[in-house]
Design a protein around this ligand. Sequence first.
Ligand code: 2P0
Length: 355
Amino acid sequence: MTTSKRIGRAEACANIALAKYWGKSDRGDNLTAVPSLSLSLDALRTRTEVVFDDRLEHDVVSMGGQEVTGRPLERVSTHLDRLRERAGFKLHARVTSENNFPTAAGLASSASGFAALATAAAQAAGLTLTQAELSSFARKSSASAGRSLFEGFAILDAETDQSQALAPRGHWDVAMVVAVITSGPKPIGSTGGMEHTKRTCPYYPAWQQVARSVFEQVKEGVERRDFAQVADAMEHSTRLMHATMISSLPPVLYLKGPTVELMHEIHRRRALGEPVAYTMDAGPNVKVLTTSAHVDATVAFLEETPGVQRVIVCRPGPGASTLSAAGPLLEAEREDKLQMPAFSLPSSAVRGTGS
Ligand code: 2P0
């Protein structure tokens, strides 16, 4: 490498699993124990810049305007090490990353974060990698990040390093409306939570067995654009996953009172014919799948629900893209030329460094 500085920039969206994974494979390498299927969320985006610089003595990482240390820094450095090894150099990097959503709200920032980091770092390292290779790099750092490389609907298979696009974002006119119930830190992170579940939940083997058939139901429902099938299978996947968490010892209980109230309310509404279905990740926030035509009605009822702090409407999002190198990071253009709404930071009160 002859130049002393190399820059890469990228943007990636968060994703929500319609069919969940929870638990790592015994084969290691951060492979997942069960397959998962996700939807990219256009309103939740991360922008990251990576500059390899021979004047740096260690990696310097800033997220949401704050320099990070400890475990978050280690995770980024380990990720960069894999790309440095592939590129065959040892330069340290300055990494700057911004989310356009409140990081502490438990909205899958590690998925968009590591997808953007892999894409930006590969560009900075001068590596030309396929989407599948970038997905593999992202997945090794955060399994769900492997899905954020792809637009629309994506699949991360179990036990193997296989992730792939299932359908582009125009495939199905749906939306995911996020009801933010708490923006506090999680009682336990996803990685620790799933390890604990695997170790102590008596139902974990049953979850592993049933997860693939639920995944197949979600997949078929998405392929056929069958809202009822996806709604039933997605909710089942969510309850199965949370059941393993709750039955761990001590329990991993992410759900709050308003989360459970919303499960009842969404069930009641769907029984009356409304196209709404819930899913929750490692946190109490409720993500409501609905059709485009029903977004306004969904937002209206969520905003009236006690305990809901804010509502974010997400449409099926694009995959990760590199960004132009000129000008400020937040104003850079996507090199895939896709037009996206301006990238604005959340207010300083809700910026943070959690994941
Ligand atoms: C998922 N989640 O399929 C599941 C559902 C949360 C609940 O993947 O340990 O950030 O960094 O690989 O991928 C969140 O966990 O965990 C997650 P690590 P990841 O989306």
